[in-house]
Design a protein around this ligand. Structure first.
Ligand code: ATR
Length: 273
């Protein structure tokens, strides 16, 4: 049977096998999808071994997205822009195609699932690491009025903004650069939430009813979404929908069919008390 896997370290809590099993069932595709723990110094060897066993594609997660970029024989434009690969496809000639579906997954969740308008809006994106780089090009393609990157280390955000300046109105700075700004949408792309923290943000950052999105997901509201609710946000959402949407894009690349995501997001969403 056609085989796929997600590769990471750690990998135990990955929801990808469940998501892809639901996609396969829904679309009637005969395939299996596993989770593989690669040693920290053995990502490339793991991929080569699995390809040798006949695997046809992989999702790649922390901390291997940069190595997957280096390993790919061919890269899509999106992967090149992102500087990272979250999806590998074994092509007919055995070469590895590297793609990045994180950004299109985020945009699909924001616009299609949540109905959040991006065109002509002022967006603030918190962070300047790999996760933020990976979503910048698809966000700018939505033609926001402005996209401001604010990061604890301001120079990283400034550099990232310069790297993407040709794609749209993107600026960058430290967290102090948020003073006096008003956003229609604030997206958290920092990893501060892993420690249940929020970067310090001005109390008046949100336009009344502004939307807030956390690229992280958790079984309860993240620290950033708690901040958002306490500061007048309209709609808030965590990154579960992005996770399912980026998976759907990978699935479509491998199988040529795009699954419906809404029932899968519903199936994965923890029941609220
Ligand atoms: P990822 O691949 O998740 O983006 P990363 O490249 O290490 O990981 O980037 C982590 C991001 O979260 C960075 O923007 C980081 O800020 P710095 O560039 O200043 O390090 C941000 N971050 C992590 N912990 C944070 C915290 N407690 N407060 C504010 N920002 C934080």
């Amino acid at each position: 049977m056609d085989s796929y896997a997600v590769i990471g370290h750690p990998i135990g809590h990955s929801k990808s096998p469940h998501i892809h099993a639901l996609f396969a069932e829904q679309t009637g595709q005969a395939m299996r999808y596993g989770a593989v723990l690669a040693p920290l110094d053995g990502f490339a060897d793991t991929v080569r071994r699995l390809v040798g066993e006949g695997y046809l594609g992989f999702n790649v997660t922390v901390p291997f997205k940069g190595e997957a970029f280096d390993l790919a024989d061919r890269l899509t434009d999106r992967a090149l822009r992102a500087g990272a690969v979250n999806t590998l496809k074994v092509e007919d000639d055995g070469r590895l195609l590297g793609e990045n579906t994180d950004g299109v997954g985020l945009v699909a969740d924001l616009t299609r699932n949540l109905g959040m308008e991006l065109r002509g809006r002022e967006i603030v994106l918190l962070g300047a690491g790999g996760a933020v780089r990976g979503v910048l090009a698809p966000l700018l393609a939505e033609a926001p009025a402005g996209l401001h990157l604010a990061n604890r280390t301001g120079s990283r955000a400034e550099r990232l903004a310069r790297d993407f300046a040709e794609l749209g109105p993107v600026t960058g700075g430290g967290l102090d650069s948020l003073a006096g700004r008003r956003a229609h949408l604030v997206i958290n792309g920092t990893s501060a939430g892993l420690d249940d923290e929020v970067p310090p943000l001005p109390d008046d950052l949100l336009h009344p009813g502004a939307n807030c999105y956390d690229m992280m997901y958790a079984d309860r509201p993240t620290a950033f979404l708690r901040w958002a609710k306490a500061h007048g946000a309209g709609r808030t959402a965590d990154g579960l929908g992005m996770l399912v949407e980026q998976a759907a894009e990978s699935f479509a690349l491998w199988r040529g069919v795009r699954p419906r995501t809404e029932p899968v997001i519903r199936a994965l969403r923890p029941v609220q008390p």
